[in-house]
Each structure stands twice: as C-alpha cells, then as structure tokens.
Write a protein that binds this ligand. Structure first.
Ligand code: HEC
Length: 142
C-alpha cells in the first residue's frame, strides 16, 4: 500500500512537471514563429555605431578615441570604468560651450560628476584631438 501511494504521487509529479514545461515552451515558441514577417524594426535595435557610422564627426572622433586610449575606460553604449558615451551625450546638449567644457575636463581630469572614480588628466593630448573626440561623444544621441 505504501509503495503504491508513493508511485502514484511520483506519476502525478512527473505528469504536472511535463505539462508545465511543455505548456510554457510551446506557447512562447508559437508566438515567435507567427510574427516572422519580412520587415524587422531597425529603429529599436540599431546600435548608435550603426546609426552614425557615416557621419564624418563619428569617423574622425572614434579613430582619435582609440588612438588616445579613451576606449580603455569608455564604451559607446555600456558603462565600464567611465560613463558610456551615450550617457554623456544624453546629459549634455551638443553646444560649443559644452564641447569646450568637456574638452578641458578630459585634459585636466575630473571626478564627481558620474561617481567617485576619477578620470585621470590627459595633459599630453592635443586640444584639437580631444575636441574631436568630445564632438563625437556628444553626437551619439539615441
Ligand atoms: C582611466 C580611465 C579613463 C580614461 C582613459 C578616460 N576616461 Fe573619460 N572618464 C572616466 C571616468 C571615471 C569619468 C567620470 C568622471 C566623473 O565622475 O567626473 C569620465 C568622464 C568622461 C566624460 C564626462 C565628463 C563630465 O564632466 O561629465 C567625458 C566626455 C570623457 N570622460 C571623455 C574621455 C575622453 C575623450 C577620453 C580619452 C582622451 C577619456 N575620457 C579617457 C575615465 C576615463
């Protein structure tokens, strides 16, 4: 009697487990397959790099950012050591004053705007080169 009971319990458990799994899996996969039509929505999934890749400000600035080593701490859409360029672009309007302000902060170093991690000074960099990177950063609006 005891063994029959536990066998029955086991079968119910297996049955309900299979049901839960099969039910969840099949419903989500059908909704995916039915919405497969020819045109995807590029606006929602396009990366900022794709969006601006043909802009001369982007081309010049992204090359300079690599040369100057900014990419060690900054990525376009993800925060690493420093804020993402997209976050910086969202915070500051793309004006001549902000380009000047941010260029001098990069050259002199700065801390406290985005957190407690400081950006080291870059006194060896050419002002025009940093400005080219900053213009590229501020271009990267979503
Ligand atoms: C060693 C890491 C590191 C490097 C290299 C670095 N940054 Fe930063 N950057 C940071 C950090 C950290 C912050 C946030 C500083 C703060 O909170 O004030 C920052 C902030 C910034 C900001 C926003 C400043 C503000 O006041 O809002 C800009 C623009 C920027 N960096 C551009 C650059 C450029 C251009 C370069 C390359 C010349 C560069 N960074 C190199 C770490 C770095």
């Amino acid at each position: 009697m005891k063994s029959i009971k536990s066998l029955a319990f086991g079968m119910i458990a297996i049955a309900s487990f299979t049901y839960a799994c099969g039910g969840g899996g099949s419903s989500s996969s059908t909704s995916e397959t039915t919405s497969t039509t020819s045109s995807p929505a590029p606006a929602a999934t396009q990366s900022l790099e794709d969006k601006y890749k043909d802009d001369p400000v982007f081309v010049a600035g992204s090359a300079k950012a690599k040369e100057a080593g900014c990419t060690a701490c900054h990525m376009v859409e993800r925060k690493i050591v420093g804020p993402s360029y997209a976050d910086v672009a969202e915070k500051y309007e793309n004006t001549a004053e902000n380009v000047e302000l941010l260029t001098s902060r990069v050259i002199k170093g700065n801390v406290g705007v985005w957190g407690e991690v400081p950006m080291p000074a870059h006194p060896h960099l050419d002002n025009d080169d940093v400005e080219a990177v900053v213009k590229y950063v501020l271009l990267l609006k979503k």
